[in-house]
Design a protein around this ligand. Structure first.
Ligand SMILES: C[S@@+](CC[C@H](N)C(=O)[O-])C[C@H]1O[C@@H](n2cnc3c(N)ncnc32)[C@H](O)[C@@H]1O
Length: 173
């Protein structure tokens, strides 16, 4: 009985620790709400089966689900191993969705990438724009970038609906 209590406490400490550490390294896990997201993937950027969307910091996969429901392929990149594991399980039968457990700053986008989604605290948005620009330059084509809640300090959005900003990024000449 005592061993079971210690194991339980150990699991709780581990789970809380992983969320704390990944939260401090990146951004805390807060999911995008489904209703505004549906607007973003229709009115802001009309996603379709021609698209490959990457969610940088994919959380529980709510954006990947919404994109694949519209016929798009979707890749979720997530630092938190517990969230990544949960997404891998959630999408195990969905061939349109791929989940990568890694730091998105080191992730090379697939060549079919058309649009990147990010919900990350404001201070990071400029650096993430630069990362997308680097990938657009490497792939030799523009990539659309949807930012939830935070705008880029040096770039003008193509469109802005409620809390979402849409940018067309790169390639850099
Ligand atoms: C605010 S949540 C957004 C989740 C999801 N994109 C959504 O909109 O519902 C941010 C997520 O990004 C992850 N994250 C933060 N920094 C990261 C990094 N450098 N690489 C990969 N994931 C990261 C966090 O673990 C967290 O799950």
């Amino acid at each position: 009985m005592q061993i079971a209590i210690y194991v339980l406490i150990g699991i709780v400490v581990l789970v809380v620790g992983i969320f704390l550490i990944t939260g401090l390294m990146g951004a805390p896990y807060v999911p995008t709400l489904k209703e505004p997201l549906a607007d973003a993937l229709t009115k802001l950027y009309k996603i379709s089966k021609k698209d490959l969307l990457i969610d940088l910091g994919a959380g529980d996969g709510v954006v990947l689900q919404a994109a694949s429901d519209k016929g798009a392929k979707a890749v979720g990149v997530e630092l938190n191993p517990l969230l990544a594991f949960m997404m891998k399980w959630r999408f195990r039968k969905n061939k349109k969705v791929t989940v990568k457990c890694r730091n998105f700053y080191h992730y090379k986008f697939p060549k079919e990438t058309t649009v990147v989604y990010v919900f990350m605290i404001g201070l990071r948005i400029d650096g993430i724009y630069r990362k997308i620009e680097k990938e657009a330059t490497r792939l030799g084509k523009p990539i659309y970038f949807i930012s939830n809640a935070f705008d880029v300090s040096f770039a003008k959005p193509e469109k802005h609906i409620s809390q979402f900003y849409l940018y067309k990024v790169g390639p850099k000449k």
